[in-house]
Design a protein around this ligand. Structure first.
Ligand SMILES: [Zn+2]
Length: 299
């Protein structure tokens, strides 16, 4: 896509002017989908003629008429693609995103429909794992949820254990990632660290023994006393922010779905100083989405 066609910024008036109908959106999607040229999905041929609709491409060899949405997360939408663009724009650019209930009210869609589309958006928000955390990185675990009211003291409810890593900069937190885990074991903590943190980062954890064996791989890993969280102040503020967000707009969240919310939260958090391109990036992720996520998601 030529750079001057790219939509940037977070201004909803400009957004509404740029995308007036489904065709505007489909043209935008086709520019993203075929940005590196055309290859027929069926036979691999690279020559096309006009398809049934102006945004489609028809293979000159096998005649397959391909729409810009097929094979992307915009395939088989239950509502106009213009509405889908508005939803993606809101979720990308609003500080706290929007719950499926809020989406359902604003766009006059069934909540279940919004819930399902939001799940697709969240999948595209998972880390690309291309840019591991670097510099000083604090790591700790925390829980959300807990005993459910009315079920008695012995019910564990659906307490969820989460491990979080945040870059500590001179003026606060940098990028961060979190993942839901079953146990704070060396095995699970190690898998998390390997996935999201550079091997030469200055990793700091509390004195939990689960981190001890990881010093072999993370040579700069240092364990310090937590002192009731005082040694991990910025990290604990980040935890409070995540918890507040989850409480504020999501009434209940299953264990399986929790990872999607953690991915959504950190997708925005990690780009909070690059808001200009966040919508376009999310669209690109949704168009080029491949089912290779490392965790399972509820459908
Ligand atoms: Zn073909």
């Amino acid at each position: 896509m030529a750079d001057n066609n790219l939509f940037t910024g977070v201004n909803s008036i400009k957004f509404s002017r740029r995308f007036r109908d489904d065709e505007d959106c489909l043209i935008y999607l086709s520019d993203i989908k075929w940005a590196n040229g055309y290859n027929c999905k069926r036979c691999g041929n690279n020559k096309f003629s006009k398809g049934k609709k102006p945004q489609n491409k028809r293979c000159t060899k096998c005649n397959y008429d391909e729409s810009p949405t097929v094979g992307t997360l915009f395939e088989k939408l239950k509502f106009p693609v213009l509405t889908a663009f508005h939803i993606v724009f809101k979720i990308a650019t609003k500080k706290k995103g929007m719950s499926s209930l809020e989406l359902s009210r604003e766009f006059e869609l069934r909540q279940k429909t919004c819930w399902a589309f939001k799940l697709k958006i969240q999948r595209a928000m998972a880390s690309s794992l291309k840019y591991p955390l670097n510099g000083t990185v604090h790591v700790d675990e925390f829980t959300v949820g807990g005993p459910e009211a009315g079920k008695g003291g012995r019910s564990k409810g659906d307490k969820k254990l989460i491990v979080l890593a945040v870059e500590i900069l001179e003026d606060g937190v940098g990028r961060a990632y979190a993942e839901i885990i079953e146990h704070a074991s060396a095995k699970e903590l190690g898998a998390f660290l390997r996935k999201y943190i550079s091997r030469d980062a200055m990793v700091v954890t509390d004195e939990w023994r689960g981190y001890l064996p990881l010093k072999k791989e993370f040579i700069n890993l240092k364990q310090v006393p937590s002192k009731g969280g005082k040694n991990f102040n910025d990290l604990h503020i980040h935890i409070m922010n995540i918890k507040g967000w989850l409480r504020g707009i999501h009434h209940h969240c299953s264990k399986k779905r929790m990872q999607n919310y953690l991915d959504e939260y950190h997708f925005r958090h990690n780009r909070r100083s690059n808001m200009g391109t966040i919508f376009n990036l999310l669209l690109k992720r949704m168009v080029n989405y491949k089912k290779n996520t490392s965790f399972t998601v509820e459908t």
